[in-house]
Design a protein around this ligand. Structure first.
Ligand SMILES: NC(=O)CC[C@H](N)C(=O)O
Length: 451
């Protein structure tokens, strides 16, 4: 059966018409030669499924879409503090190739404009590394995001280099303020090669998904950059990725994104999907005109705008009541459900505080909880600690089944609970069975788990 999602993508290709006023970039002569009718859409889910339509295997140069990835590499290598000394995170409201620096600090305003991107490029290698070493490093890094070996289109690189006056001016400006300690010619040359890395729309979708998934590659399973780094990069893409159209993009589309003058655009929706489009004719901001159209429609049709308020979820607390676990043995059961984050955990904490349980035994039934993030676990443990100190016997039913903070935290690794006795059971029946057994064996009915 053909997926309805593919039909939808094909429909987008049909309905997003070319914009007659948009033209291929021509300041890099080779880019003017790419067929303006080439058009593709692709997206990949964080579990690695790719949907693509149109010319999705057509190869083109990545251009500025390389910037967030190289910036991520710089942060991983140097640490955020060192990178922040050289590159700011403020939207510039200016064109991508503006010769500008932040007043006072004299840093480039952000890593998405050329001044910041050239600086980020310098940070992924040592100051005296050769151009060859830099290019190898760029290819290694971008290939890890793509999940296979990428290459450089040397004709496009030569073509840009032959007319790279503006970027050279930016390089020398950076050198004069010691933002670049290196020879600016070598750095700008390396940056030009970085922009000429060849990708397809499918590659870009996968690369975007790696950022959307917190740095975890959806296909290779490699943690390419840390979750923290991915979050930082996505934030900068959201505020600065679209240069002087960042505000329009943020309000109309609301997806962290980056465009390139080759005609590509990526969007990364945290925790959901990575998206990519390709169509070479550009709008006045240097962004693919048809690509913007596609993203606006996608965001609207699929409610992908980050500021869309999700529909109200069912209450986290399914029931809170006293049940008879065994003959004559009562327990207060908090039956919880769904994905619990801060606001959901607050409901649980509030309930425990406002209506303190009366029976000695208290059970948090987590069988229907799919995920608890770290703050939610911390808040839950804190309630448990207080109940414990007030003399309650606290049990967790189904704790191990809940996918804790997306599987990255386990009870053993969690130390807020240390010193607190919590009974661990599979479900409510198991709590009852364990209590029956320990009473029969003459032991205390108190839980035995000691995290
Ligand atoms: N916005 C872009 O894609 C610009 C990249 C291009 N290589 C340049 O530096 O001019």
């Amino acid at each position: 059966m053909k997926s309805p999602i593919l039909d939808y993508l094909n429909e987008l290709l049909d309905t997003c018409a070319p914009d007659a006023s948009a033209k291929n970039a021509d300041y890099i002569p080779e880019l003017a030669r790419v067929s303006p009718d080439t058009f593709a859409i692709a997206f990949a889910t964080i579990d690695g499924k790719i949907y693509a339509a149109g010319d999705d295997r057509f190869e083109f140069t990545i251009q500025s879409i390389s910037k967030p990835f190289i910036y991520a590499m710089a942060i991983e290598q140097r640490g955020l503090d060192e990178v922040m000394e050289r590159i700011g995170v403020e939207p510039s409201g200016e064109a991508f190739n503006e010769l500008s620096l932040e007043a006072g600090s004299k840093r480039p305003l952000n890593p998405m404009i050329n001044a910041g991107a050239i600086t980020a490029h310098s940070l992924i290698c040592e100051p005296d590394d050769s151009k060859e070493t830099r290019v190898a490093r760029v290819l290694e890094g971008l290939s890890a995001f793509a999940g296979h070996d990428l290459r450089i289109d040397t004709e496009v690189a030569e073509s840009e280099w032959s007319a790279a006056h503006r970027n050279m001016a930016i390089g020398h400006m950076l050198r004069s303020y010691d933002i670049l300690p290196e020879d600016p010619d070598v750095i700008v040359r390396g940056y030009v090669e970085q922009c000429a890395v060849v990708v397809t729309t499918r590659d870009l979708a996968i690369m975007a998904t790696t950022l959307a998934g917190g740095g975890l590659h959806p296909v290779t399973g490699e943690q390419v950059v840390s979750q923290r780094t991915a979050r930082h990069v996505l934030s900068v893409m959201l505020s600065c990725g679209m240069y002087d159209a960042a505000g329009d993009w943020l309000t109309a589309v609301g997806i962290p994104a980056k465009s390139g003058v080759g005609g590509g655009i990526i969007g990364a929706l945290p925790g959901q999907v990575g998206l990519a489009t390709f169509s070479p004719p550009l709008d006045p901001h240097g962004t693919s005109a048809r690509g913007v159209d596609v993203f606006e429609r996608l965001s609207e049709d699929m409610a992908m705008h980050l500021m869309d308020v999700p529909p109200p979820a069912r209450s986290v607390v399914r029931r809170s009541e006293v049940v008879e676990l065994l003959d004559g043995v009562e327990a207060h059961v908090y039956d919880l459900q769904g994905d619990i984050r801060f606001a959901g955990a607050e409901r649980v904490v509030r309930l425990v505080v406002d209506e303190p349980p009366k029976p000695q035994i208290v059970v948090f039934d987590l069988v229907d909880v799919h995920a608890l993030d770290e703050p939610a676990i911390r808040m839950l443990w804190e309630s448990v600690r207080r109940l414990d100190s007030e003399g309650h016997d606290v049990w967790f039913a189904g704790f191990d089944d809940a996918e804790l903070t997306r599987g990255r935290l386990d009870t053993e690794g969690y130390d807020v609970g240390r010193g607190v006795h919590v009974g661990m059971a599979e479900d409510l029946d198991d709590v009852a069975a364990q209590i029956r057994q320990s009473t029969a064996g003459g032991e205390v009915s108190r839980g035995t788990h000691h995290p």
